[in-house]
Design a protein around this ligand. Structure first.
Ligand SMILES: [Zn+2]
Length: 65
């Protein structure tokens, strides 16, 4: 089980997705998993967004146990 960070285009929002999850994820902030959106400062000082999706198999709880 692992996680994948994707950025469709340079400067776009970054999505952190669980690999091989039980469901498909949409790469937007209205995904059915209820992703967490956090602002991050880019090297040039502008603000981008990291959208962290939640796995249906609950792997994040195992990783932090
Ligand atoms: Zn999702």
């Amino acid at each position: 089980m692992s996680w994948l960070a994707t950025q469709p285009t340079p400067g776009a929002d970054v999505h952190v997705l669980p690999v091989d999850d039980l469901t498909a994820h949409d790469e937007n902030d209205t995904c059915t998993c209820g992703p967490t959106t956090e602002p991050v400062e880019r090297p040039d000082g502008s603000i981008g967004w990291v959208i962290t999706h939640h796995s249906l198999d609950g792997r994040e709880h195992h990783e932090h146990a």
